[in-house]
Design a protein around this ligand. Structure first.
Ligand code: ADP
Length: 430
């Protein structure tokens, strides 16, 4: 056990940006939140009511997903957490064998829990669950494009059936009729399910109010499983118990001053728009060309020279972001994995060099790109700060030197995201 007061809520997230999404939600609810990258190998003596351990277990081999999740659980228990949360994607991304079901089974066994809710609903992002079926916007999950996902194709929207294929528990449905009627009705429905030996129940939810009711009804659950939406109601439970500090302080970050840069390795539609917007504003931008990297041209040195000439005066954007046709041509020439690795390595080297030059604030676009940059910077945990856009908060790395990091997965953020993030960071630093 560490010297700061124990955390309350311990979360295990199956991917990095999903972890940040959840952490952002908890901060908004008034819980000071730390996100760790993987299971820390040392105690973490930082004040926080919630800790989110970000794993890469969504598509990992099942045994690895289970063992990493159990290691995360053990670490969170050591940290004093009293409630635990398995976070997965709001589109229930999983393979036929898992990993949601097997990890839930393992956590239930380790925590000696016989019943847990499973609810990926996130109405704010268009994900709703009704009669056990997951909708993405107006269509069923299996018609949403997710049926074609390269790693986790979701071909059935009936989550009771999907989860039943992955778990040892009997899976049931906590119907909308009960969820809508309120906490008492939810409790009654849960007792009825438990009496039928049901261990995991998909919970219907089509609005934030439903999630708040579910959250309130699960106040004493040792384990919850869900997307980030199900966490909406949890801070209120701790606040009602008088366990949270002033809400205003939850998103507070230390002031981090110093030059800023934007590193963009995402080729998603939103990021292409953000890069175009930055350039249209006449702000400094340097393009990193994967084909030039492959030809061993000194692209990294040129990018650094470009940045160093400007960073004392204004933030720069260094980007590999390209439109789909260009990406396809590069992948055709170099192979998808090779082109991705080339760009990620370049971004990682640039980030490390700039950090050594005194750069202290980074906006990074791209999930994989963020992973590569954070690793190169040696960052292992983050304090979560104020939201920039839904799902993307400013964060501050723990350790020295402290870095301000905004890590954006591809499709998040408005067109002016880069400028907006930097302006907001200026305001924090002041
Ligand atoms: P997103 O969150 O948008 O999916 P990621 O960073 O996760 O972004 O993935 C983008 C991938 O594309 C990374 O591996 C990155 O290195 C690679 N990449 C970036 N620019 C290019 C490019 N111009 N051509 C080919 N691949 C690229």
């Amino acid at each position: 056990m560490t010297t700061s007061s124990p955390a309350l809520l311990g979360c295990i997230a199956d991917d990095f940006t999903g972890a940040t999404d959840l952490a952002n939600m908890l901060v908004r609810g008034g819980m000071r939140t730390i996100q760790t990258i993987g299971v820390p190998n040392a105690p973490l003596d930082e004040p926080a009511e919630a800790i989110v351990v970000a794993l890469k277990s969504r598509t990992a081999p099942r045994e690895d997903a289970i063992s990493e999740s159990l290691a995360a659980l053990a670490w969170l228990r050591e940290r004093g957490c009293r409630q635990f949360y398995l976070k997965y994607c709001s589109t229930f991304d999983s393979t036929a064998k898992g990993n949601i079901g097997p990890v839930a089974d393992a956590l239930m066994e380790a925590l000696d829990v016989s019943f847990a809710i499973a609810c990926p609903a996130f109405p704010e992002a268009g994900r709703t669950v009704y009669r056990g079926h997951l909708f993405v916007g107006d269509v069923l999950l299996n018609e949403s494009g997710m049926q074609n996902h390269p790693l986790t194709p979701m071909t059935d929207a009936n989550l009771v059936r999907v989860l039943q294929q992955q778990t040892r528990q009997r899976v049931g449905l906590l119907r909308y009729d009960s969820v809508q009627r309120g906490v008492e009705a939810i409790h009654e429905a849960r007792f009825a399910l438990a009496a039928q030996d049901i261990g995991l129940a998909i919970a219907d939810a089509i609005s934030d109010d439903d999630l708040y009711r579910l959250g309130a009804a699960c106040a004493n659950d040792v384990l919850l499983t869900g997307g980030s939406g199900l966490a909406l109601g949890l801070p209120r439970n701790f606040a009602n118990a008088g366990l949270l500090p002033e809400a205003a302080s939850a998103a507070q970050l230390p002031a981090i001053e110093g030059p800023a840069a934007v590193l963009s390795g995402s080729c998603s539609r939103a990021t292409n728009g953000q890069v175009a917007h930055w350039r249209e504003q006449g702000r400094p931008a340097f393009r990193i060309d994967p084909l030039a990297l492959a030809a061993n041209r000194p692209v990294v040195a040129e990018a650094l020279e470009f940045a160093r000439a400007r960073i004392e005066h204004e933030p720069v954007l260094l980007y590999a972001t390209s439109e789909p046709d260009d990406v396809a041509a590069v992948q055709q020439a170099l192979g998808a994995a090779q082109s991705g690795a080339l760009v990620e390595n370049a971004m990682a080297t640039i980030a490390r060099q700039l950090r050594d030059d005194g750069m202290r604030r980074f906006v990074v676009a791209g999930g994989e790109t963020s992973g590569a940059v954070v690793k190169a910077l040696g960052v292992t945990s983050l304090r979560i700060g104020p939201q920039i856009d839904p799902g993307v908060p400013w964060t501050a790395s723990l350790g020295t030197p402290a870095l301000a990091l905004a890590l954006k997965s591809g499709n998040f953020g408005t067109p002016d995201f880069f400028s907006k993030a930097l302006t907001q960071c200026e305001a924090v630093a002041r």
